[in-house]
Design a protein around this ligand. Structure first.
Ligand code: FAD
Ligand code: NAI
Length: 466
């Protein structure tokens, strides 16, 4: 019987990163994966394929709409969807191979099959009707999440799809109805709108992107509407019927009232994700869940069963790949006797649309609710030289700082490249920096990042270019 220092169940960004770090720290490690390929949701049906399609569809739209005004004359671009899907698949394959390489390089055993915890130190791995039991000093559960379903709406991944089906549609739907104005709805809605779909988004709440700063979300909604998105906020889909020609979605006001029917060719259900623990044998083994079905952990990622830890989407916190990765590193270090930790106050979030939206730290709504006195500095890209010459002036940078100490508490950006620009704010906040620190840091000219410096100057009411 094989024995290990650590067995990690699941090879998404949480699991494979944890395995690599543990191997670096001298542990004998195995990963267990039930999927045919490594990399989890993120690499196979999440972050990476969605970003490949976002990139390709953005290029398609740019070629059709933006090239001419820059004096680049091209004939009207034609969509070759199978080739675009092939581009996406090449991206997936490249990244999956990269994880396989990392497993080999770090001498990590890959056990293909479904992992089940039999108790402290014992994992059963089953595949194709055969099973083996491996012994290990420690177990990390990194089994991720699954799509949340809507009662009465059956996902067939052809006409009524989750994000997985929406990443592989065989033709551009004439009318795409998106249920849920969260990250998936707006990213994948953008992909198909750019490729030609009419997109309507139905959202239960009276705003899009709950959790993001309200002012940013409002401006984002206006920009998306200009691009052609239609929103039905404060509404819920109560059922979808299919006939041979179309899907008929029944939509009601969230507060109750008269229902209306909207026709669509494809319906995308993206109302969140749920922790995935099927087949792990947690109940029998004595691993406790919280009331929302997530694995319960203490501040050191330890579950209720000795020697068993959990990280990533299957535990509380934002369901983000980089949060899972950082937890993977931290738990490996803790198991090795080091002081691994994750700073949950500084986890960036990015929506990879055009423009992008990025955020780190507190929103204005959260500061108000906590009764924290704060100052705001804002700077629009219309006043940023680089954005002006590129004619990409949508959006602004918003910095929230403590009114007494000037410590930066939150940074929110909407604009082209916002996802790259957020990281100087992350570093600043990780070091407890102030708006003054940011304002006094030299920024290269001409860059869009100068807008971040100007927003920091605006906290002290001394922006130069406004
Ligand atoms: P996962 O990546 O879900 O991996 C879990 C793995 O465990 C899977 O491979 C699964 O097969 C395996 N597994 C489960 N049970 C068992 C078992 N019993 N035995 C063996 N193996 C098992 N996040 C971002 O940060 N940025 C993005 O841009 C982004 N885009 C996304 C786009 C989409 C469409 C979706 C759906 C998600 C996106 N996410 C994004 C979220 C991101 O994918 C997750 O936060 C991340 O994958 C979580 O990592 P994880 O390691 O916890 O789990
Ligand atoms: P989400 O939680 O971001 O958004 C779901 C939306 O659906 C919310 O606005 C919610 O109010 C709404 N909703 C819930 N029930 C509804 C109903 N019955 N009718 C209408 N609206 C309803 O979830 P989403 O978009 O499914 O994404 C899942 C997870 O994947 C997210 O937690 C996110 O962290 C992760 N993800 C991250 C990405 C990124 O970092 N760029 C990209 C895609 C996904």
């Amino acid at each position: 019987m094989a024995t290990y220092d650590l067995v990690v169940i699941g090879t998404g960004p949480g699991g494979y990163v944890c395995a690599v770090r543990a191997s670096q720290l001298g542990m004998k490690v195995a990963v267990v994966e039930k999927n045919a390929t490594l990399g989890g949701t993120c690499l196979n049906v999440g972050c990476m394929p969605s970003k490949a399609l976002l990139h390709a569809s953005e290029m398609f739209e740019e070629a059709g709409h933006s090239f001419a005004k820059m004096g680049v004359s091209v004939s009207s671009p034609k969509l070759d969807l199978p080739s675009m899907m092939n581009f996406k698949q090449q991206g997936i394959d490249g990244n999956v191979k990269g994880v396989e390489f990392l497993m080999k390089k770090n001498k990590i055993d890959v056990l293909k099959g479904t992992g089940k915890i039999l108790g402290t130190g014992k994992v059963e791995v089953s595949a194709d009707g055969k099973s083996q039991v491996v012994e290990t000093k420690n177990i990390v559960i990194a089994t991720g999440s699954d799509i949340a379903r809507l009662k009465g709406i059956e996902i067939d991944e052809k006409r009524i799809v989750s994000s997985t089906g929406a990443l592989s549609l065989e033709k551009v739907p004439g009318r795409l109805l998106v249920i849920g104005a969260g990250v998936i709805g707006l990213e994948l809605g953008s992909v198909w709108r750019r490729l030609g779909s009419e997109v309507m988004v139905v959202e239960f709440l009276d705003r899009i992107l709950p959790g993001m700063d309200g002012e940013i979300a409002k401006q984002f909604q206006r920009i998306l509407e200009k691009q052609g998105f239609a929103f039905k906020l404060g509404s819920k889909v109560t059922g979808v019927e299919a006939n041979s020609k179309a899907l008929l979605a029944k939509i009601e006001p969230a507060a109750g009232g008269a229902a209306e029917t909207i026709e669509a060719d494809v319906v995308l259900v993206c109302i969140g994700r749920t922790p995935y623990t099927d087949g792990l044998g947690l109940k029998e083994a004595g691993v406790a869940l919280d009331p929302r079905g997530r694995i319960q952990i203490d501040p050191h990622f330890a579950t209720s069963l000795k020697g068993v830890y959990a990280i990533g989407d299957v535990v509380a916190g934002p369901m983000l790949a980089h949060k899972a990765e950082d937890e993977g590193v931290a738990v490996a270090e803790i198991i090795a006797g080091q002081a691994g930790h994750v700073n949950y106050d500084v986890i960036p979030g990015v929506v990879y649309t055009t423009p992008e939206v990025s955020s780190v730290g507190k929103t204005e709504e959260e500061l108000k609710q906590a009764g924290t006195a704060y100052t705001v500095g804002k700077f629009p890209f219309t006043a940023n030289g680089r954005s002006k010459v590129n004619q990409t002036t949508d959006g602004f940078v918003k910095i929230l700082a403590d009114a007494k100490t000037d410590r930066v508490l939150g940074v929110h950006i909407i604009g082209i490249e916002a996802g790259e620009m957020i990281h100087e704010a992350c570093v600043l906040m990780e070091f407890g920096g102030s708006a003054e620190d940011l304002a006094r840091t030299c920024h290269a000219h001409p860059t869009r990042s100068e807008a971040v410096k100007e927003a920091a100057l605006a906290v002290g009411k001394r922006a130069i270019h406004m």
